[in-house]
Design a protein around this ligand. Structure first.
Ligand SMILES: C[S@@+](CC[C@H](N)C(=O)[O-])C[C@H]1O[C@@H](n2cnc3c(N)ncnc32)[C@H](O)[C@@H]1O
Length: 233
C-alpha cells in the first residue's frame, strides 16, 4: 500500500523524468537509459575508456553503460570531436569492438552487440566464477559498477547493502584488474561513505569522488573512482 508520501514522491519522480533533458538525450542517442550520461560525464573528465581495453560492467541492465563502452571501444580511428558527433548518430554502435566488454547483472539484459553478458548475483560465488572464466586468466583494464540494490526505504539497511556491493567490487578489482587499471563505483553519500573512501585510499594510488551532471542533485548517489592499485606485500 502506498501512503500519500510515496504518492507525492512518485509524482515528483514522474515530473522530473518527463522534464529531464537527459531522458530526451538518451532517446535521441538511442541509449537505453539516461544513466548513459553519468558514465559519459565521468569519462569526458577522466578519459577512462580506450579502444583495446577489457572492461567489466557490473550491474549492467538495462545496458546503457555497456552501450557507451561499446561505442567508445569502436572508435580507434576517431578523434575526440568526431567521436562526439558520432555519439549523436549512434553509428559507432555498428562498428566492430576493439577490446572486450563483459557485463553482469542479476536481471536479464537485452543483448548489446559485442557485449558478453552474464546473468547472476555478484555476491554469489557462482557469478564470480563465471566472470573469472570469462576473463580466462586475463585481467580487466577498467571495472565499472553501477550496481544498486532495490531500495527498501530503510536508510540504514539500504546503505549497508550498497556498502556490501561496493566492498565486493573493490575486492574483485584487487584480484581481477590490471595494476594500472581503474575502478569506478556507484555509492551513497551517507553512512558508511567515509569508510568506503578509506578502503579506496588503502587500495588505490589515486582516489576521486565524482558527481556527474546527469546524477540528480537531490540524490545521495555519488561515484568513487580509484586508479592504479596500491602494491600490497
Ligand atoms: C542503476 S541499475 C544499472 C544501470 C546501468 N548502468 C545502465 O546504464 O543501464 C543497477 C543494476 O544493478 C543490478 N544489481 C543490483 N544488485 C546486484 C547484484 N548483487 N548482482 C548483480 N547485479 C546487481 C540491478 O539488477 C540493476 O540492474
Amino acid at each position: 500500500m502506498y501512503g500519500s508520501n510515496s504518492k507525492k514522491l512518485n509524482k515528483a519522480w514522474l515530473h522530473d523524468h518527463l522534464n529531464d533533458p537527459y531522458v530526451k538525450l538518451a532517446q535521441r542517442h538511442q541509449y537505453r537509459s539516461r544513466a548513459a550520461f553519468k558514465l559519459i560525464g565521468i569519462d569526458e573528465q577522466d578519459k577512462l575508456i580506450r579502444p583495446g581495453m577489457t572492461v567489466v560492467d557490473l550491474g549492467s541492465t538495462p545496458g546503457s553503460w555497456s552501450q557507451v563502452v561499446r561505442r567508445r571501444l569502436a572508435r580507434n580511428a576517431l578523434t575526440a570531436d568526431e567521436a562526439k558527433a558520432d555519439d549523436a548518430r549512434g553509428e559507432a554502435a555498428q562498428l566492430p569492438v576493439s577490446g572486450r566488454i563483459i557485463a553482469l547483472d542479476l536481471l536479464p539484459m537485452e543483448p548489446v552487440p559485442g557485449v558478453e553478458f552474464l546473468q547472476g548475483d555478484f555476491r554469489e560465488a557462482e557469478a564470480l566464477a563465471a566472470l573469472e572464466a570469462s576473463l580466462a586468466g586475463g585481467k580487466a583494464d577498467l571495472v565499472l559498477s553501477d550496481m544498486a540494490p532495490n531500495l527498501s526505504g530503510v536508510g540504514m539497511a539500504d546503505a549497508a547493502r550498497m556498502q556490501d556491493l561496493a566492498e565486493l567490487a573493490v575486492e574483485f578489482a584487487k584480484t581481477w584488474m590490471k595494476p594500472e587499471g581503474a575502478l569506478l563505483i556507484k555509492c551513497f553519500h551517507g553512512s558508511g561513505y567515509g569508510q568506503l573512501v578509506k578502503l579506496f585510499k588503502d587500495s588505490f594510488v589515486s582516489v576521486a569522488p565524482r558527481k556527474p551532471k546527469a546524477s540528480r542533485d537531490r540524490s545521495a548517489e555519488t561515484y568513487l573512482l580509484g586508479r592504479r592499485l596500491r602494491h600490497t606485500a
